[in-house]
Design a protein around this ligand. Sequence first.
Ligand SMILES: [Zn+2]
Ligand SMILES: [Zn+2]
Ligand SMILES: [Zn+2]
Length: 511
Amino acid sequence: MNPPAAAPMAQGSATFPGFGEDAGLGLPNLTPQLEREITARLTSRDFSAWATSAARVGHCAKPIRLRGHSQTVDVATGEVVGSYSSDDEPLGVLHVRCGNRRASECPSCSRTYAADTFHLIRAGVTGGKGVPEHVTDNPLVFATVTAPSFGLVHGKRDGRKCRPFTPKGMPGVCEHGRPTVCHATHADGDDLLGQPLCRDCYDYLGHIVWQWWAPELWRRFTIALRRALARALGLSDSRLGDLVTVQYAKVAEYQLRGLIHFHALMRLDGPKTSGGFAAAPAGATATLLAAAVEEAVAAVSFDAPPQFEEDPVRTLRFGTQIDVRPIKTTSRTDDPDRELTSGQVAGYLAKYATKSAGDLVNGDNPHLRRLRATIAEVSDRVAADVRADGTPLRDHPYALLAKWNRMLGFRGHFSTKSRRYSITLGRLRRARTRFQRRLADANRHSQTLDVRELDDLLADDLEETTLVIGQWSYAGSGWDTEGDAELAKAAAARAREYAAWRAEKKRHPNR
Ligand SMILES: [Zn+2]
Ligand SMILES: [Zn+2]
Ligand SMILES: [Zn+2]
């Protein structure tokens, strides 16, 4: 088997600082219990078996354990060409990656998910991985759609002061005696960023209702966008699909104030009937698409039902801060003053897709605590109202709010795409499985694998000439001890550092 961080050394250059006898494992703040478990593992007789298993699942923090066996059958001849049993594994059990998308749960699997998301977002912009190259010529815009304001919050304004002026029509001090201005210049990482100037003035109920219905606002936006496009192109709504379709990849990201906003790449393709990726007709430009997006964002609204008795109906809209810009793709050079390139944008989106669900939601500060407490209060009142008038809880529009408290009331997906935007994550995963199978074969026969062969792994019509038949049972989740999990995470972190170090070396070979 190939070790995860095989001696990387480029000729004459410095070696990877995290590799070698003196390099520590990077396991700070261990409890005595964890320390005992880790020491036991490192000195155990089956350490190398464990290390092999851990490396095979990419140092997943909580792999699934399976027991069973399988046979590989040649479809043409019916001959059994290979067999596998988990009994042959060094630890007597087959480990499979947990596949968790959250970095806080499994750093290794969340990175794989981020990489896959990046590839599928990028393929929709630049082509490749089964998406035709000519999508590059289709009009493309990058839009950021925000939530409205629910009260003054501290913010970072490009080196300028936070809130130097009292907003129009507002006194300099709120009814709770707190100032409505802030003369500080906040730097990144300042604890005040995103915190309300006055939590008693901040509209927590409005905030929660908006977040709860944000997916509905987005759905309405996509309908409004089709109408705006039809108008701009002089078509009826029903005829639009004969000429153009809009494909998008969208990611939800939390802002520091605990509200999500949406980033989306939107692409204008030819008619629906073409099966996707067809060229957009002349006249359907990125500028026209950008204008239609802006019009649709401004037009969309939704009357949200009250949360409990005496709560008002709120008319929800997106925030007035909206950024829509045409994207330069590789073959296009007609927009020199636009800085974003398609590759950069795909990178941003993929980063948001994994970052969004983790960092902020796990954070703790007075504003987030108040937000969670308010969600819990609302949920209690919903339950009480339902008991009082005897309607089934599931019919209540906010019945599930408590379940989404962890996500601060956002129940949508963090990354979604329209059907014909790109390839799917499933296809990427199948390709990876095929790759691993070929790599294992190559290793068994002591051959090297030609990376150029790998493109055809994504081919749609790849003919499977063998069939795998097996019987498996679930034997549990996770490593034997917390200490094992910490070791796996440390190894995954080291592999990540090594990859970053190698990338840096490649950029600056003489440093
Ligand atoms: Zn995992
Ligand atoms: Zn401030
Ligand atoms: Zn106040």
